[in-house]
Design a protein around this ligand. Structure first.
Ligand code: ATP
Length: 578
């Protein structure tokens, strides 16, 4: 992507940057003018004072230097403050935009990203893209304009030496561009490897406890070494090309061009085509000129390297959003017709020919052996996945035709391992309903059989629960997430193994509470436990992605052999317990 394309893409996505950039460009122009004046003062100093010995011109020259110094300092200080403010504002805006985009992505698009990929785009890549406007637009343009102004001055001073010395400019830029392309290619490879490493690190930190309990420390360290072994040579290659390019432009500036000027300039002076004073001033101007050519070269190198990260940010900003319309779903009946679903890359269907319906006030239980497709069905019912065949409708609206927010506004799901945040119990609950009153919070906690425990805590609802609710037991997490869903009060609630970690007593309290709810709602419980299922209106049994039984619990229990087998051991246990 060229600089201009990148500029257009970033400004299109994050507005309001063009005007402040223009102000900063004016400051740069100020600095440019302040930077050119000393060159004329220097030329006066050499020609008038040193060569022609007009000592009385020394004082105006010194006063001029002082004034330029003051003006430059003011210009730099003000523009620095302004640019720092702008960088911070832009950086935050970019991150906000990226996170907003990520959170609103379609489930299926999001599942194509790895954790390391997503993390890099929001952190490292966004930081690189954040400095794009300052370094790759303003600083670069400043160097180009300054170098152009100096080239004109050099031509005016001595066009013969100037034209000869300009030969080095395209040679230098071509070589740097060549090395820059190699830096970019190595950078692309490095980015992929670093993301794999980031994903590894993320899952390592997330599963810290399991790694220790299962004595996997050595295996994890070996994997870390594996990542380093892959990253190291690519990183060296990337840095080698980058620094080769930077060193090359430094070498060209400081040795080849200067020696050339001394050599050619010396010959010109000896032959009488030029004078010593003119040559001295020319060399000083030329030093500055090639200093800016060096800055342009370095910028070319760095842009090639940074373009890897910037393109990833732009890629995410342009990622396909869920373009389906938002529709308010008013009905509460679920209707599933001949559903077919296969995960990408899998040969067999996870769900095949599934048809059923659940009306308002009904509570359907879905059961079946592990891997039979229960959670996959829950994903389709909540619009997280789209079927390859058939359809899921709620209130007569096909979920494939509306966006994710239409469905999440209608359906809540409680999962086996709920997502809780490192905040207080109250704050976790308020995520479901921002303005909920104290009485509402307490009522929902009571219905989820967790209020008694909350009351026993020193800070009660204001107790912090640790990262991912680490200070809670599995059952407490499940009850808290049920309380949150009850507070959210959606019309349709799906419980996916959401009471699996509870003891019999707590589970039956919650189930009684849920049964009392079901008259005004549509509910689906996915469960292995007979105790969860037997109070539901109907039970659907899945086997290898197909419905093998669909009836009331009593009918199935007396007439269906497969169903009987599935629960025989639990039934014996429950009878004993009773
Ligand atoms: N993200 C995925 N990618 C590919 N295959 C998947 C994915 N998730 C599940 N599957 C496969 O789909 C099938 C159904 O899985 P699903 O999680 O729906 O089963 P389940 O009945 O909920 O199992 P369990 O009771 O163990 O939770 C399984 O064969 C599983 O391997």
């Amino acid at each position: 992507m060229t600089r201009l394309d990148t500029f257009k893409a970033l400004t299109r996505e994050i507005g309001g940057i063009r005007k402040p950039l223009l102000v900063l460009a004016l400051f740069k122009l100020w600095n440019l003018v302040c930077g050119l004046i000393p060159l004329f003062l220097y030329s006066l100093l050499v020609k008038q004072v040193l060569v022609d010995k007009h000592l009385n011109e020394l004082w105006p020259v010194l006063a001029g230097y002082l004034a330029v110094f003051l003006l430059t300092t003011i210009g730099i200080a003000v523009s620095q403050r302004f640019s720092n403010q702008l960088i911070l504002k832009y950086d935050l805006r970019l991150k906000h935009k990226l996170l907003n985009k990520l959170l609103r992505l379609d489930h299926e698009v999001y599942s194509t990203y790895s954790m390391g990929d997503v993390k890099s785009r929001i952190e490292q890549d966004a930081a690189v893209a954040g400095k794009f406007f300052m370094t790759h637009i303003l600083d670069y343009s400043y160097a180009v304009v300054y170098a152009g102004a100096l080239a004109i001055i050099l031509l005016c001073y001595d066009w013969k030496i100037a034209l000869l010395s300009f030969v080095f400019v395209p040679v230098s830029l071509y070589t740097v561009n060549f090395l820059g392309e190699r830096t970019r290619k190595a950078g692309e490879e490095l980015w992929k490897l670093q993301n794999q490493y980031e994903s590894f690190l993320h899952s390592n930190l997330q599963n810290w406890k399991d790694i220790k309990t299962n004595n996997l420390e050595e295996a994890q360290l070996a994997e870390l070494n594996g990542h380093y072994k892959k990253i190291r040579p690519v990183w060296f290659r990337n840095q080698l090309y980058l620094h080769l390019g930077i060193s090359y432009s430094f070498f060209t500036k400081n040795f080849i061009t200067q020696l050339f000027i001394y050599f050619i300039g010396g010959i010109f002076v000896i032959q009488g085509y030029s004078q010593v004073g003119v040559l001295l001033v020319f060399i000083s101007f030329y030093g500055q000129f090639f200093g800016f050519i060096e800055r342009i070269s370095n910028s070319l190198m760095n842009y090639k390297n940074d373009s890897v990260n910037i393109s990833k940010v732009i890629g995410l900003l342009h990622a396909e959003a869920d373009k389906r319309p938002y529709k308010r779903i008013s009905g509460m009946d679920i209707d599933v017709q001949n559903l077919q679903f296969r995960y990408e890359g899998n040969d067999s269907f996870a769900l095949e020919g599934i048809s059923f319906s659940v009306s308002r006030g009904e509570h359907l239980a879905i059961t079946g052996q592990s891997g039979s497709g229960k959670s996959t069905l829950a994903k389709l019912l909540t619009g997280q996945r789209k079927p390859q065949g058939g359809k899921v409708s709620i209130g007569g609206i096909d979920l494939a035709e509306v966006n994710g927010e239409s469905v999440s506004g209608k359906v809540s799901i409680v999962v086996q391992e709920p997502v809780l945040f490192n905040m207080t119990i109250r704050e976790n609950l308020l995520l479901a309903k921002a303005g909920a009153t104290e009485a509402e919070l307490i009522a929902c906690c009571r219905r989820a059989s967790i209020y008694e425990w909350i009351e026993s805590l020193e800070h009660q609802l204001d107790t912090r629960i640790g990262e991912k609710g680490v200070k809670l037991s599995g059952g407490q997490k499940q009850r808290l997430s049920i309380a949150r869903v009850l507070l959210q009060d959606r019309d349709i609630i799906i419980f996916d193994e959401s009471t699996s970690a509870l003891d019999h007593g707590n589970e039956s309290d919650i189930i009684t509470e849920l049964q009392s709810l079901s008259s005004g709602k549509t509910m689906i419980s996915i469960a292995h436990r007979l105790s969860t299922i037997q109070g539901c209106d109907k039970v659907m049994v899945l086997q290898a992605g197909r419905v093998v039984a669909y009836d009331t619990h009593t009918n199935l229990f007396t007439r269906n052999e497969a169903y009987d087998m599935l629960f025989q051991s639990q039934y014996v246990y429950m009878n004993q317990a009773n």
